[in-house]
Ligand binder design. Structure first.
Ligand code: ZN
Length: 82
């Protein structure tokens, strides 16, 4: 019985890992964000510790540039641009 639980946990973790990696490569919303990014418009370095300005940012990550108010997603792309 214990062995079954361990196998189940390993399978679930492996599936989660594969899923997150695929999302990161595809820059999907479940992917893991880069540690540091800079603003695509003005090049300002965005802080590692972020204060979400919108609900979208709180849920999926991203920044609002303190210099130009540009909405940046967690991959450092301008939000709404694509
Ligand atoms: Zn900016």
């Amino acid at each position: 019985m214990d062995v079954l639980i361990v196998i189940l946990v390993v399978v679930v973790l492996a599936a989660a890992f594969v899923f997150i990696r695929a999302q990161t490569n595809a820059k999907g919303r479940w992917g893991i964000n880069a540690l540091r990014t800079s603003c695509p418009r003005c090049g300002t370095r965005l802080p590692m510790i972020r204060k979400p300005a919108t609900r979208e940012e709180a849920l999926w990550g991203g920044w609002t540039c303190p210099q130009c108010r540009c909405q940046v997603d967690k991959y450092g792309r301008e939000r709404g641009a694509g």
